[in-house]
Design a protein. Structure first.
Length: 393
C-alpha cells in the first residue's frame, strides 16, 4: 500500500429539499455576488433555477446567470463566463447541474483567479495558483465533480478534450438532493451509473499489493451502484436508490478510493477522444471501450481481474486459471451494461469508425505520440490503436 495524502474539504448538504440551504451556504463561505451557471432548459422548466435564486435573494446575495452548458462542456462558454464574472464583480461561482456544469464553473474559477490563458492548465503548460470559491447544486449523479479536484473541458478548435486537477478547484460545498435526479431519462441515469463505476475501477485496477481496505470499499461501492442501477431502470422515482447512487458518485471520485493505490485512467483518456469527436454521453462511451481495455491489459496481472470477478461480479470461485476467471468477470460486467441499456462497443454507440478515424483518435489521445496513459499497463499510441480496433465492434 502506497503512502498518501487524503484531502476532501467539501461540505455536503444531503437529503430532501437540501437545495433550500443554498443561499445560507454561499453566505457561510463568503459569497456576496454569485455567478449561477447552468445547462439547458431543464433547470428552468423544473423551477430549480428559480428556487436557487430565491435562496440567494433571501440571504441578500446578488447574482447573475450563465446558461447553455452542454454535455462535454466547451471552453468557449467558460471564457464567456470569465468575462461576465469580471464585468459583474462576482466573488462566488454556483453551478446548478451535473458534472459538465460544475466543470465549466471550475474552468471559470481558474480563469478568474489566475492571469493568462485558462486553457494552459488543461494543456499541461502550467498550474493554477488560486481559484475563485465554488459551491455546487448537484442534479445528476455521475461525474463526482462536486467533491473531486478534477474538471474536464473541450477546446472547440480541434475538438480537444482535456482534464485538469487542482485542489483550488474543489467545491466549498455540495448540495445533494436525490429528488432532483428523478426526472432524468433512463439512458442518462444508466450512463451516470457507469461513470461512477468507472471512477472506481480506474483506481481499483492496480498492481499495488496490500490494499485490502481500499479494495473492499471499492468493491462494495461498485456492487451498490450496480444493484441500485437495476432498481432505477424499473423504478426511476425510487428515492433510496437515487440516494445510494448519488452518494456513491461523490465517494467514487473524492479521492477516498485512491488512497494507497496506483491509479490508471486509461479508459477515461480513450473515451475522452470519443466524446470530444462524436459528442457521445461520457458514461456510455466508457462502457463501450472498457471491455476492450480490460482484455488488452489483463495479462499484466490476471489475479487482480479474477479478484474483481469473484468479489464484485459474483463469479464462483473455482480452480480455474486466473485469466479464465478474469474473462468471466469482464463478460459479466458487459452483461450488466446491457441490462441497463448501455453499449459494449463503439458500434453500439451508433458510430462506425474507419481505420483512418481510429488512427486520428489515437493521435489525439497520445498528443501526437508523446503522451503515454494508464497505470495498470502503460498505453502508447500503438496500443491505443489496437484497443480502439478491438472496441470498434
Amino acid at each position: 500500500m502506497r503512502d498518501f495524502t487524503y484531502y476532501a474539504p467539501t461540505k455536503v448538504a444531503f437529503g430532501r429539499d437540501a437545495v433550500e440551504r443554498t443561499g445560507a451556504l454561499v453566505r457561510e463561505f463568503g459569497g456576496t455576488k454569485a455567478l449561477v451557471v447552468y445547462g439547458g432548459g431543464s433547470a428552468v422548466r423544473s423551477g430549480l433555477l428559480d428556487r436557487v435564486c430565491a435562496c440567494l435573494e433571501a440571504e441578500g446575495i446578488g447574482y447573475v446567470t450563465l446558461g447553455g452548458v452542454k454535455p462535454n462542456p466547451r471552453l468557449g462558454l467558460a471564457l464567456e463566463g470569465i468575462g461576465l464574472a469580471r464585468k459583474e464583480g462576482v466573488d462566488f461561482l454556483l453551478p446548478v447541474g451535473g458534472g459538465s456544469v460544475i466543470d465549466t464553473a471550475k474552468c471559470i474559477s481558474y480563469g478568474l483567479a489566475n492571469e493568462g490563458d485558462v486553457w494552459d492548465f488543461y494543456a499541461g503548460k502550467r498550474k493554477a495558483s488560486a481559484g475563485m470559491p465554488i459551491g455546487a447544486v448537484l442534479t445528476i449523479a455521475a461525474a463526482g465533480s462536486e467533491m473531486s479536484n478534477s474538471s474536464v473541458i473541450t477546446k472547440e478548435e480541434g475538438m480537444i478534450k482535456r482534464g485538469y486537477s487542482s485542489d483550488f478547484g474543489r467545491c466549498r460545498f455540495a448540495v445533494m438532493d436525490p429528488q432532483l435526479t428523478m426526472t432524468l431519462p433512463a439512458y442518462q441515469t444508466a450512463s451516470g451509473c457507469v461513470d461512477i463505476i468507472m471512477h472506481t475501477m480506474e483506481r481499483y485496477f492496480t498492481k499495488e499489493p496490500d490494499t485490502m481496505l481500499t479494495d473492499q470499499l471499492a468493491e462494495g461501492l461498485i456492487r451498490t451502484v450496480m444493484e441500485n442501477a437495476r432498481v432505477l431502470m424499473r423504478e426511476p422515482d425510487n428515492y433510496n436508490a437515487r440516494a445510494q447512487v448519488m452518494w456513491a458518485g461523490s465517494l467514487a471520485h473524492n479521492g477516498l478510493l485512491g488512497c494507497g493505490m496506483a491509479e490508471d485512467w486509461a479508459s477515461h483518456q480513450l473515451e475522452h477522444e470519443l466524446s470530444a469527436s462524436y459528442d457521445v454521453a461520457h458514461g456510455a462511451g466508457l462502457a463501450a471501450v472498457w471491455g476492450s481495455w480490460a482484455r488488452y491489459v489483463m495479462a499484466e496481472k490476471p489475479e487482480r481481474f479474477a479478484q474483481y470477478a469473484v468479489n464484485v461480479m459474483g463469479v464462483a470461485l473455482g480452480a480455474d486459471d486466473p485469466a479464465v476467471m478474469a474473462e468471466k468477470g469482464i463478460r459479466a460486467t458487459e452483461q450488466f451494461f446491457r441490462e441497463i441499456g448501455m453499449p459494449t462497443n463503439i458500434r453500439e454507440l451508433g458510430i462506425e469508425l474507419s481505420d483512418e478515424e481510429i488512427e486520428e483518435l489515437a493521435r489525439k489521445c497520445s498528443n501526437d505520440g508523446v503522451r503515454i496513459v494508464g497505470g495498470f499497463k502503460r498505453i502508447d499510441r500503438a496500443d491505443m490503436v489496437k484497443i480502439y480496433h478491438m472496441a470498434r465492434g
